[in-house]
Design a protein around this ligand. Structure first.
Ligand SMILES: Cc1cc2nc3c(=O)[nH]c(=O)nc-3n(C[C@H](O)[C@H](O)[C@H](O)COP(=O)(O)O)c2cc1C
Length: 206
């Protein structure tokens, strides 16, 4: 085995190791509003569920690197901290390219729904809009933001409680979601994404 002490490596190399080893990662397409009401959408693959009582999830909008200007917080993190709300939209293959478009670094005043050709849909509990084209959306209230570091590139954990689930009606039966219909995509390292069409059943031992 190649054994690596991360403290002796540049951050970029450690990032490559993490995104190569921790795979596949689901993708949260996170929609937010800023204080003035400008909508923002961006994908985050450091994303997972935490528990269902209460329904809680997390995603991780890392701080920008030192060379990317004075504002270290990504627009999504700034909006979440300012408004306490966000929506996580599932990325199906049908909207993968649009979701990827929203990863472009654009000024905060640019509406990324319009940029990516996605349609904002009013939420029921939070002000942030949902992505209409997404097959499942989760409206969230902010629980806590944890900075693992305040330095450039530092990790940030956004914990949210899901206050409303929305799932396309044809995809749910008795609360079970049809994975084929959801057609969620995930992320590997770099520009490689992964489909969820190759599935296996493993019966859990009693
Ligand atoms: C598939 C995908 C997954 C991504 N995952 C993350 C992530 O987990 N954390 C992160 O900080 N950036 C991630 N990014 C990069 C952000 O989407 C990108 O920095 C984006 O511009 C942030 O937008 P914002 O400034 O509007 O919040 C990812 C990009 C792509 C394409």
């Amino acid at each position: 085995m190649l054994s690596i002490d991360p403290s002796a490596q540049p951050a970029r190399q450690v990032y490559k190791l993490m995104t190569g080893i921790i795979v596949p990662r689901p993708i949260a397409l996170v929609s937010t509003l800023d204080r003035r009401g400008v909508a923002n959408v961006a994908p985050f693959s450091f994303f997972c569920g935490v528990g269902s009582v209460p329904p809680t999830l997390l995603f991780c909008p890392a701080l920008h690197a030192a060379d990317s200007g004075p504002a270290l917080r990504k627009d999504t993190l700034r909006n979440v901290e300012e408004t306490g709300e966000f929506v996580v939209n599932v990325v199906s293959e049908a909207i993968a390219e649009a979701a990827n478009t929203t990863a472009a670094q654009v000024p905060p005043e640019v509406d990324e729904f319009a940029l990516a050709g996605l349609t904002p849909l009013g939420s029921e509990v939070v002000r942030a809009p949902r992505v209409a084209e997404s097959p499942a959306q989760m409206e969230c209230k902010l629980v806590q933001v944890i900075y693992t570091s305040r330095k450039p590139g530092g990790g940030v954990i956004v914990l949210g409680e899901v206050v409303r689930f929305h799932v396309r009606e044809d995809l749910v039966e008795d609360f079970r979601v049809d994975p084929a219909g959801l057609d969620a995509m995930g992320r590997m390292a770099g520009n490689t994404w992964v489909r969820t069409r190759d599935r296996v059943e493993l019966i859990r031992p009693k």
